[in-house]
Design a protein around this ligand. Sequence first.
Ligand code: NOJ
Ligand code: CA
Length: 702
Amino acid sequence: MRQYFWLLLLPAGSAAAQATAPLTVQLANVRLQVARNAAGQPTYAVQFGSKPVINTSRLGLALADGPGFEGPLEITGSETKDVDETWNPVWGEVKTIRNHYRQLTVHLRQPQQPGRRLDVVFRVFADGVGFRYEVPRQPGLSYFTVQQELTEFNLPANHKAFWIPGDYDSNEYAYTTSRLSEVNTTPIEAIQQKASPHRVQTPLMLKADNGLYVNIHEAALVNYPAMMLDVAPATYSLRSHLVPSATGAAAYLQAPEHTPWRTIVVSDKAPEVLASKLILNLNEPTQFPTTSWIKPQKFVGVWWEMHVNKASWNYADTSNIKLAGTDWSRLRPNGRHGANTANVKRYIDFAAQHGLQSVLVEGWNVGWEDWAGNWKEEVFDFVTPYPDFNVTELQQYAAAKGVQLMMHHETSGSVTNYERRQDAAYRFMKEHNYAAVKTGYVGRIIPRGEHHDGQWMVNHYNHTAALLGQHELMVDMHEAVRPTGLHRTYPNWLASEAARGNEFNAWSTGNPPEHETILPFTRLMGGPMDYTPGIFRIKLEAWNPAQNKGRQVHTTLAKQLALYVTMYSPVQMAADLPEAYEQHPDAFQFIKDVAVDWDDTRILAAEPGEYITTARKAKGREDWYVGSITDENPRQQTIKFDFLTPGRQYEATIYADAKGASWDQNPEAYQIRKQKVSSKSTLKLQLAPGGGAAISLRPIGR
Ligand code: NOJ
Ligand code: CA
C-alpha cells in the first residue's frame, strides 16, 4: 500500500515547518520518528516501548562537489509500505528467516538552487531499525563524491560500551568495556594505525542502565567505505566517520546510488540481540543460479604448527628475493617447511580418518621468504608451488580419500598484484580440484594509500566473492573489512576473520577469557567468523619452549569445544595439530560430531562480556548441540532442555571442565559423561574460570 500522509509545501526553516508533527512508524515495541531540527536539517529518533534508544539525531551527507545534504532540507513527501515474508538461507543458524518490517521513505530537497534531491529509506523491524540514503537519478547530480556522512546516533545516557579502536586497516583488537564517557583509545597498542582517541568501530555493542541492549552496525556494505563512530564523551553522541580513500574523500559514486544500511538492533533481552536477523534481512538475496556446490564444512590445516613456531611458511631462510627470476629449486631448504608433501598427506589421512572435509595448506606457494612488511607489489603468483609440495600427487591422494585441499592466497596487501592474477589463480584451483580458498590481506594495501576498510577495498572483496561465485568456488577472507550480512548475496563467502582470532594467543599476550563472550555481540553481528577454535594443547611452550615462553590459549579445553556452537560459522577449523587431537580422542569426538549448518538456534542465556549458552539443531537431523562459555569467572549455568522434541529420549554427552580446571592453572582438565535427557530435564553445568561446556544430544531409538 502506498500512502502519502505528509506533504510539506512550506519553505524550510519557517515556524510552521518546525511545528509540523514528525513522521512516525512503529512495529511492535520499536518506534521511529523522523522530523527536522531548528536548522531545518532532517533528524530521526528511535524508542523501544517507552525507553529512548536514539535521541533526536541528525541525518545528512556532505559532498565534495557543490552543495550537499548537510544544510536545511525540505521534506517534499513520504511513503510507507509493509513487508512480511520468509526466506531460506543457503546455510545458516536457522532454516527459515522472517523478514517483517514497515518501510518509510522520506523525500528531501535542498530549498535553494540547484534543489538536489535525497531520499532516506527507513525499515522498522520488531528488533530495530535500518536506514539508508538514496540519491535518486536527477538532473544536475550524476557523479558525486561523498566527503563525509553526517549521520548521528545520539544516545540518551552514558551506556556501557564494548569497543575496539577505530583503525582503517584492522579489527584485530581485544575489546575494552567502558562507559561511553571513558572511551579513549590512546593507551591501546595499534595493530595497524589508530585514527583518533575517540573513534571506535562497529558493530558497537551498548548496554544501558535501564536494561536495553543496543547494537549499532551497518548492512550491505557495497561500493562504499566502512563506517566508524566518533564518540563525543560528554554528550554520548556518536557520529559516523567513513574510512577515507587515498585522496582523502570517502566515496566516489554515480546517481542513482545508495549508501549501506545503518543498523540499530535493540532489545531488553541480550539473547534477542544475538538472534536478530535484521542485518541479513537488509541484504539482497543471492543471484547465483545454483548453490548446491556451496558446502558448509570442517577442516584441518597445515597452519597452527607455523603459528606455534614448530614449522615455517617459507621453504628457505633467505630474504631479499624477487618473484621474477628466482629459481626456487636452487634455494637451500630450511628443513622446517610445513607445506611439504609428506606432512600434507599426514593431515589428509587425519581428515579422512575423522570425516573432516578439507585440509588447508598455507605456505604451499613460492614467495614466503620475503612476504611481509616491505609494501612490495610482486610477492606471490598464487600458481607456483614450492619444490617440496607436489600439487598433482596431493590432489590425487586427497581425492582418493574423499578429502579436498583448501587453497590459500595470502596477498600480503598487494591487491593490484592479486587482481592481475586472480583469473589464473582460480583456473589453477579448478584444474587441481580445490573448492575453497582462504584469502589474506596482511600488511599495508597496494594501491598505496588505500585502506583495508575503504571503498576501493570494499569493492575488491565484493568483486572477489562474485568472481569466485562464477567459478563455483567458496571463500574465507582474513584481514578483510568486517562483514555486513553480504553472505546472503554471496553465500559462497562462508566466513571472514576481521577480528582478533585464536591465533593471537600464539604470538601475543593473547585474547582475554572474556573475548569469546563479546565477539558474538560485536563482530559476529555482521556474519560468521573463522575464529579457528579447537585448540587442545593450551600451553604453547609444549611446541617450542624457547619461542613460546609463557604463551597460551586463554580458555580451558572444554571451552574450545563450546566455541563450535557459541561462535557460528559454516566453515569451522579443527585448528590444532593431529598429534594434539590424538592424545584426546574422547574430546575430539565432539568436533567430529558437531554440525556446521543448522535448522534452529536457541540462545538460552547471554550477557556480553560474561557468558553465552547456545543450543542448535543440526540441519536435516534430529541431533542438537549445546555450547556454554564463561569469561574469567567460574559460573553455574542451568540448561533447560525444553527445546527438545517432547516425548522423546536423548542421550546427552557432556564435555565439561573437570573439578579444579581453570584457563590459567589447569586448562586441559575435562570430564566426559553421558546421561539420558528429555524435554522436561534440566542440567546444571559448572564452568571453570575461562571455561565452558559442550553437549551433544542424540535421539535414542531412531
Ligand atoms: C594472518 C591470518 O589471519 C592467518 O590465519 C594466516 O596464517 C597468516 N596471516 C598468514 O597468511
Ligand atoms: Ca589475521
